[in-house]
Design a protein around this ligand. Structure first.
Ligand SMILES: [Zn+2]
Ligand SMILES: [Zn+2]
Ligand SMILES: [Zn+2]
Length: 254
């Protein structure tokens, strides 16, 4: 399995429009963060987790040759707004793309992209096949087992995913007891960490470090990062092993 961080920023991305803070003005490419999304290359198939507003440019930048499936964590716009831009992949691949999400997420996507689901097909619309999934009910995707589990984004349940030795969690502020077993013995744990100060709906840096200490993965990478976290190089230097800040374009095999 290979993973590619398509985006590692929080909902506004970095730089934030109009902001002149030192992070938003940084010339370090690792301080430029598109909205959080991951591409996974697994047994010759490419899956994407979430299609935020930057999806088109992210897919271009990562040179994704195909998109064979999309997994959604939740329906917030910074995770779904780019879904319309899968159309070229429909055209190239000449097939529908399966999208996976919980009932609430799929309901919202069907409302916001109704033209892709309702009525007679219009030329050039996205061709999607929705598959409803539930936390704690594993499913097989292209022959690989995916285990969705529930995490809490303040009061909104969000799906985390266990895929072989990878654990992916974004937009969480709390991990329910029933989900912990899916975090253990991971090679790579990807987890949201918004900023240094506490936040209602996201783990802040110390809380995310606590999750890593308990889960004990071989490596951990933080995503969904705000400009309030500070400059990449400075924060990275403070993190205890095996924790890193992810950055856009980071790739690894596991
Ligand atoms: Zn988000
Ligand atoms: Zn800023
Ligand atoms: Zn969210």
């Amino acid at each position: 399995m290979k993973i590619h961080f398509l985006g590692t920023g929080t909902s506004q991305g970095i730089p934030i429009l109009g902001c002149t803070c030192e992070v938003c003005r940084s010339s370090d490419p690792r301080d430029k963060r598109l909205r959080t999304s991951l591409a996974l290359s697994i047994r010759d198939k490419i899956w994407v987790i979430d299609t935020g507003p930057d999806f088109r440019y992210q897919a271009f930048r990562a040179r994704l040759p195909t998109v064979d499936a999309i997994l959604f964590t939740h329906a917030h716009k910074d995770h779904t707004a780019g879904l319309d831009d899968v159309r070229p992949f429909n055209y190239l691949q000449n097939k529908r793309i399966p999208i996976y999400g919980d009932a609430q997420t799929l309901q919202q996507i069907k409302m916001e992209f109704a033209y892709a689901f309702d009525g007679p097909p219009y030329p050039g619309i996205p061709q999607l096949t929705p598959w409803e999934i539930e936390p704690y009910v594993p499913f097989s995707l292209h022959g690989t087992e995916v285990i969705p589990f529930s995490v809490m984004h303040y009061k909104l349940p969000v799906l985390g995913f266990r895929i072989e030795k990878l654990v992916y969690i974004t937009d969480a502020s709390f991990i329910p007891e029933a989900s912990w077993e899916y975090l253990y013995e991971a090679e790579v744990l990807i987890l949201n960490a918004l900023r240094k100060e506490p936040h209602l709906s996201h783990f802040h840096l110390e809380a995310a470090i606590e999750v890593v200490r308990k889960a004990r993965p071989k490596r951990a990478y933080f995503v969904h990062i705000s400009h309030l976290m500070g400059r990449h190089a400075e924060v990275e230097a403070l993190l205890p092993p095996p924790i890193h800040l992810a950055y856009d374009g980071l790739e690894m095999a596991l």
